[in-house]
Design a protein around this ligand. Structure first.
Ligand code: F6R
Length: 244
């Protein structure tokens, strides 16, 4: 694992964006695995800036997002489809038909999961997967469990995740209780993984996930076994580990 220490959220976002931009410059038709959540917003802003200054061309890339809530249509303002359009897809020259997210409004979620895994396989897998880190160690919506889930699957969100995500909804009752998420095997199959972490509230889980035992109780801990992981964090998120 490679730890990349940055001073603050802005520096973290720039560093993460430069790693993604380098990937796209070196391989124009990269398959990027993307994440939502608060942490990557600055990274996406910086990618937009790099696009606007002519440094990166996204027209040949394909994207696959990690996850989507069940029961929200693509145009719901808290859906991850909407988030990606707002923060990245609608602001750069990514071709809409080359972007992919699980369909949270699918009538048959199990069939939708199988379809999504096939999409990823047909693209030849993910070149660079961007991840955030949940307070309970989740990646995508792979919550602490007795085993590591493999492919895309339907999950019941834990109370801690519902609580954390309720800040984005009018009331806690509005937070969807289920999601579709890429599995751990799919995430681990990405050629490269880039994790972004920011803030004091992530310091304890950074230490536990990347320096503690590998266990499905802390899903992100499995990343310790991946051959090419870069963790870009700010001073607060890295405050309990010695990586400076
Ligand atoms: C989002 C996702 C989640 C988030 C995680 C951290 O697509 O897969 O695993 O990355 O919940 O979220 P933030 O960045 O809001 O702390």
């Amino acid at each position: 694992m490679r730890f990349c220490y940055t001073e603050d959220y802005t520096a973290m976002s720039k560093k993460a964006a430069s790693i993604i931009a380098a990937q796209v410059v070196l391989k124009q038709d990269s398959v990027l695995g993307l994440a939502t959540g608060s942490t990557p917003i600055g990274t996406y802003d910086e990618l937009v800036r790099l696009y606007e200054s002519g440094d990166v061309d996204f027209s040949h890339i394909h994207t696959v997002n990690l996850d989507e809530y069940v029961g929200l249509n693509a145009d719901h303002d808290q859906s991850y489809h909407f988030f990606m359009h707002q923060h990245l897809f609608g602001r750069v020259n990514i071709k809409k038909e080359q972007t992919n997210l699980p369909d949270g409004s699918a009538k048959d979620p199990v069939a939708e999961c199988a379809r999504y895994d096939q999409v990823i396989r047909d693209l030849g897998g993910v070149d660079l997967q961007l991840l955030g880190l949940g307070h309970n160690g989740h990646i995508g919506f792979n919550e602490p469990a007795a085993e590591f889930p493999k492919g895309t699957h339907l999950v019941a969100l834990t109370e801690s995740t519902i609580q954390a995500n309720s800040r984005l909804f009018e009331k806690k009752e509005d937070v969807p209780r289920q999601a579709l998420t890429m599995g751990i095997q799919t995430i681990m199959s990405a050629k490269k993984i880039l994790v972004v972490v920011s803030g004091k509230d992530k310091a304890a889980i950074v230490k536990e996930a990347f320096f503690g035992p590998v266990t499905p109780n802390v899903p992100a801990s499995i990343l310790q076994l991946h051959p090419d992981v870069t963790i870009v964090g700010d001073a607060d998120a890295f405050s309990l580990i010695d990586v400076k």
